[in-house]
Ligand binder design. Structure first.
Ligand SMILES: NC(=O)c1ccc[n+]([C@@H]2O[C@H](COP(=O)([O-])OP(=O)(O)OC[C@H]3O[C@@H](n4cnc5c(N)ncnc54)[C@H](OP(=O)(O)O)[C@@H]3O)[C@@H](O)[C@H]2O)c1
Length: 242
């Protein structure tokens, strides 16, 4: 959209092949950003890159990477700089869900959720942050969850990963704020995405759900605030329509 402060900015969006990341990539491209699309599924990213570049006004590049692989994350950041330029924005929306009662929980479950939801988002921020800090501006949006604020039955692996990410995000902000970089922790409640099917979780159909597009609009809103203003933590809940 003409007049957006995001026009011409370089934004890295992880989790861009689906759900909140995909909707965010579309939203930022509509604002005129040049978007690096990151996830593991190359074909989905390439189809989205073609869609966004054709629709404009922004452009997009498909840069597949697994955020659990630190070398791949480092390589990704170098590829973004050479393909699109130095990043202004990182939105970490790569994530996996799980619903596992305590009696069935394994160390492997804990490791898998930790690797993507916490370690992956922390490492992406760690490798993008120096480029933002060097220019004294930019924004990192960590897509957390209301599960970073409260627990629920069967949520141990997921909730632990999201509480961990919240703690790391507080540290990130403490280090980066004095260097002019904003850090946003976004906590959506249940959102209508592929997360549940991918994790084998059956919704009842009676739940109130946020739309991924509304989460994406919220991310855009936070990014379009003047550089001197930060929405540090955002909690989003669905409102059941009468
Ligand atoms: N849906 C909800 O109710 C909800 C609520 C609160 C917070 N969240 C959070 O929102 C974020 C996005 O989730 P979503 O709901 O949009 O789920 P989704 O539709 O399943 O999307 C998850 C994305 O993460 C990517 N991904 C997974 N593992 C990855 C890895 N190792 N490396 C790179 N990318 C990876 C997936 O792409 P590939 O498979 O192509 O890699 C996909 O693009 C997650 O952090 C989730 O915890 C979701």
């Amino acid at each position: 959209m003409a007049g957006s402060s995001l026009a011409g900015q370089v934004a890295i969006v992880t989790g861009a092949s689906s759900g909140i990341g995909l909707a965010t990539a579309r939203e930022l491209s509509r604002a005129g950003a040049r978007v690096a699309l990151v996830a593991r599924r190359r074909e989905a990213l390439e189809a989205l890159a073609a869609e966004l570049s054709a629709a404009g006004p922004g452009s997009a590049a498909a840069l597949p990477a697994d955020v659990t692989d630190e070398a791949a994350v480092e390589r990704l950041v170098r590829e973004v700089v050479s393909a699109l330029g130095a990043p202004d924005v990182l939105v970490s929306a790569a994530g996996v869900g799980a619903l596992t009662p305590l009696g069935a929980l394994t160390g492997a479950d804990l490791d898998r959720l930790w690797a993507v939801n916490a370690r992956g988002a922390i490492l992406a921020a760690r490798h993008v942050a120096p480029l933002l800090a060097a220019r004294g501006r930019g924004t990192i949006v960590q897509v957390g969850s209301v599960s970073a604020l409260r627990g629920w039955p069967g949520g141990t692996a997921y909730v632990a990963s999201k509480f961990a990410l919240r703690g790391a995000t507080e540290c990130l902000r403490a280090e980066l704020s004095p260097r002019g970089v904003r850090v946003v922790h976004l906590c959506p409640d249940l959102t209508d995405t592929g997360l549940f099917a991918a994790a084998g979780i059956a919704l009842t159909g009676g739940e109130a759900l946020l739309a991924a597009e509304d989460v994406a609009r919220t991310i855009r809103f936070a990014l379009e605030l003047p550089d001197g203003a930060e929405l540090s933590e955002i909690v989003m809940r669905p409102v059941r329509r009468a």
